[in-house]
Design a protein around this ligand. Structure first.
Ligand SMILES: Nc1ncnc2c1ncn2[C@@H]1O[C@H](COP(=O)(O)OP(=O)(O)OP(=O)(O)O)[C@@H](O)[C@H]1O
Ligand SMILES: [Mg+2]
Length: 260
């Protein structure tokens, strides 16, 4: 479970808040999607959840542990896949995975079994002993996904995990997300791929300019309209051309948010 309470963030040297007074509760076993235009604040929120950035205001509790005051305990229960995959180039894939398992205090037997299973699933067997510097973008992403799961995190946070994966990799990731959620893992991910979000997520938050502008089950967000998620997204994020004609829709979606 993740409890985001009154969270705000302003980057050094910036006037505008990257996030303003965010409140969200993401339940155990839920698959929760973060969507929003470029620069909306999704990655900022994700980095705050996983403790990569410091909070200006508010707090985030991960399974009841404050990321501010119980940082290590909170972080130990999080698996994180960042959007940039900047990992140790000089190591082989296997060396990197064993290194990460060691940091999270996973025994080498458990780690090796899990690595073998996931490496086979993502078809990385032939590359696993090669240097990461020789990996493609998608291969790095797969290694990061595997690394994030080795300690069986209770909370799994992924920043644009579907971007850059081939169709089989995408299929595998979707299956793992479903399986993790069935096991009770809380899954949060950001994505621009609205069709995937629609298929995978129990609930979503649409973020725009640092604020949650709609939140809830996709069916509830869509309830007041015949539009698909893409059209709703375009109408409630700051698209000036759409703003007036969709004012009514915006208001109804705000209600969805308020009723949650
Ligand atoms: N390191 C940084 N320093 C200063 N400003 C930043 C930094 N990182 C992000 N920002 C600003 O914070 C705001 C939110 O950015 P963020 O990366 O969270 O957006 P996003 O929703 O993840 O966008 P995208 O869909 O493009 O990944 C933007 O205005 C961005 O310019
Ligand atoms: Mg981002």
């Amino acid at each position: 479970m993740i409890k985001i309470e009154n969270v705000s963030k302003t980057y050094l040297g910036k006037q505008e808040k990257a996030l303003a007074d965010i409140n969200l509760t993401i339940n155990k076993g839920e698959v929760f999607g973060l969507v929003g235009p470029n620069g909306a604040g999704k990655s900022t929120l994700i980095k705050l959840i996983v403790g990569m950035l410091n909070l200006d205001e508010g707090d985030i509790k991960v399974n009841g542990h404050s990321i501010k005051s119980e940082t290590v305990t909170a972080k130990m229960s999080i698996g994180f896949v960042s959007d940039n995959h900047s990992i140790y180039d000089k190591l082989s894939g296997m060396e990197f995975l064993l290194f990460v398992a060691n940091i999270y205090e996973v025994s080498s037997e458990v780690a090796k079994a899990e690595i073998e299973r996931l490496v086979e699933l993502f078809e990385l067997q032939n590359a696993i002993n090669d240097s990461i510097s020789s990996y493609s973008h998608g291969m790095r992403q797969k290694i990061c996904i595997i690394a994030s799961l080795l300690h069986s995190p209770k909370v799994w946070v992924l920043d644009e995990p579907l971007t850059g994966l081939d169709p089989k990799g995408t299929y595998n990731l979707k299956q793992i997300i479903k399986r993790e959620s069935e096991k009770g893992t809380t899954v949060v991910f950001s994505s621009h791929l609205l069709e995937m979000v629609e298929k995978l997520c129990d609930r979503i938050a649409i973020i725009d300019k640092g604020k949650v502008v709609a939140m809830g089950k996709i069916d509830d967000i869509k309830a007041n309209s015949n539009e698909n998620l893409e059209s709703i997204f375009l109408s409630i994020t700051s698209n000036k051309d759409n703003q007036n004609e969709n004012q009514e829709l915006t208001e109804s979606n705000k209600k969805v948010n308020a009723n949650e």
